[in-house]
Design a protein around this ligand. Structure first.
Ligand SMILES: [Fe+2]
Length: 477
């Protein structure tokens, strides 16, 4: 009898343990830092200046309108302003069309920037490869990009997600792995160059090196920019007190197309996704421009056209790392209920130099008098993913809170990038790729079901429409 009781006690213990393990997330113990967290030396080939007098450098492109039929091409020349013209066309070496851009320069302390060119190319065809040429004479340079498919609900598209990149050998590893991923556009979650780790004239110089370093990707596909704390560049000790000065002079966003009043927060639609970009370091509480704009933009989201609703920001709203712990609480308290109401699919953030993915949880019941202290499982909530693991010189954030909170599904302190491969209106495949294992060994992956089209009612409607189409086709045959 005693033996039976003992078995029962042991069995219930094992059962309870397995239930706990089943609901809890995974804290990976994997830590590998192949390279030291120091920036690549200035004379390294990844920063090489292109040959020729006044050759364009630091070439980068981004989406130029709301729906993906325009591109903004940006680059820097150093000897003289030179032309701001982009010649482009659909076949190689034939540039039938051209567009005229603008040029400007600026100072940062005693650093004088090169001539920064921005040129908007409009009226492009969807799903088309364009070749483009910038610069003049022998020093002109040629690149290409592909426009996205028309905004439609079931078009597949593959996004990459990179954050906190910097310019170390780890950053290079991340970028090289990303280039193998086959993704078509980067959703960048802030902290580009980490140039603000330097002083005086070196700040501007390290913005330049980062531009040349990232060009291998940024010249060929759009990077959708959101800003982080390393873009603020508030340096009163050297008289530089205008926030985002380097970033705003060098990088542009199509903010006017989404009726935003600032390049730091805006939205685009690309293929089957509506992407909202927020600024963690701009005012966002009630009555501020960013708050008012987001409130309006969310009403413009049409899930019949763009089933996927993705939000980018720098500071994560859910973060169980000791680094930057609770920094996202203020924005969470302002926007979380909207993200749930509008059925946001996924929110990508950076800032914490590690990887973390949440289950669908919310904490909207909490307020300063209710006493409901803990996030609860909530099927209507977005998935929160932190990809601050690009590999910058500050190194990894390796101390996670213990125990792992229930909302945290997977977390690991190593370098990498993510991809989100949209298949149709209901499914997308998500991967997080640790640097050291390359693309073939995704460490964390799952199928992301669309929040809007995943509901039973809408699925039934979709099925009915599909059957009706089959009937129509059969009748017309
Ligand atoms: Fe950051």
């Amino acid at each position: 009898m005693r033996v039976v009781l003992l078995y029962l006690v042991l069995a219930s213990f094992v059962l309870l343990s397995s239930i706990k393990d089943g609901s809890a997330g995974i804290t990976s113990s994997f830590i590998r830092s192949e390279f030291p967290s120091t920036d690549i030396p200035l004379d390294h080939e990844v920063f090489a200046v292109p040959k020729g007098y006044n050759a364009p450098q630091q070439v980068h492109i981004t989406q130029g309108d709301y729906d993906g039929k325009a591109v903004i091409v940006s680059w820097v020349t150093t000897d003289e302003p030179g032309p701001s013209k982009v010649q482009f066309g659909t076949s190689e070496n034939k540039f039938q069309t051209s567009a005229e851009g603008t040029v400007s320069n600026y100072t940062f302390y005693k650093y004088k920037s090169g001539y920064v060119h921005h040129c908007l190319i409009e009226g492009l065809e969807y799903k088309t490869k364009y070749y483009y040429r910038i610069g003049s004479g022998d020093a002109s340079r040629e690149f290409w990009f592909e426009t996205p498919p028309k905004v439609e609900p079931d078009v597949p598209y593959k996004f990459g997600i990179i954050g906190d990149l910097g310019q170390t050998f780890n950053s290079l590893s991340t970028l090289e792995h990303y280039l193998q991923s086959g993704a078509q556009t980067v959703l960048f979650v802030g902290d580009l160059s980490y140039a603000d780790r330097y002083k005086y004239n070196d700040v501007g110089l390290r913005w330049d090196t980062w531009g040349r370093f990232a060009e291998r990707s940024t010249a060929y596909q759009p990077w959708i920019w959101s800003v982080g704390n390393h873009e603020v560049d508030y340096m009163p000790y050297m008289g530089e007190v205008t926030p985002f000065k380097n970033f705003l002079n060098r990088y542009t966003t199509p903010y006017l197309a989404s009726q935003s009043s600032s390049p730091l927060w805006y939205a685009i639609r690309r293929a089957s996704a509506h992407i909202i970009v927020l600024s963690s370091y701009s005012p966002f509480v009630k009555y501020t421009p960013q708050y008012t704009w987001l409130k309006e933009e969310l009403t413009r989201v049409d899930r019949e056209k763009t089933p996927w609703l993705i939000v980018l920001m720098h500071v994560p709203l859910y973060n169980s790392n000791e680094a930057h712990y609770m920094e996202g609480e203020s924005m969470r308290s302002v926007f979380e209920s909207w993200f749930i109401h509008y059925e946001v699919d996924v929110i990508f953030a950076g800032h914490v130099h590690a990887y973390e993915r949440s289950y669908r949880f919310s904490n909207t019941d909490y307020n300063i008098t209710s006493g409901h202290r803990f996030p609860i499982a909530d099927k209507s909530a977005p998935v929160y993913i932190t990809v601050g693991d690009g590999g910058n010189q500050e190194g990894l954030a390796s101390r996670f809170t213990d125990p792992q909170p229930e909302y945290s599904a997977f977390r690991e302190a190593s370098y990498g990038h993510s991809t989100l491969e949209i298949k149709n209106r209901t499914h997308a495949i998500y991967h997080w790729n640790r640097n050291d294992d390359g693309k073939k060994v995704p460490i964390d992956s799952f199928i992301l079901y669309n929040q809007y089209w995943g509901s039973n009612r809408r699925r039934r409607k979709l099925k009915k429409n599909f059957l009706m189409t089959l009937v129509d086709e059969a009748v017309s045959m």
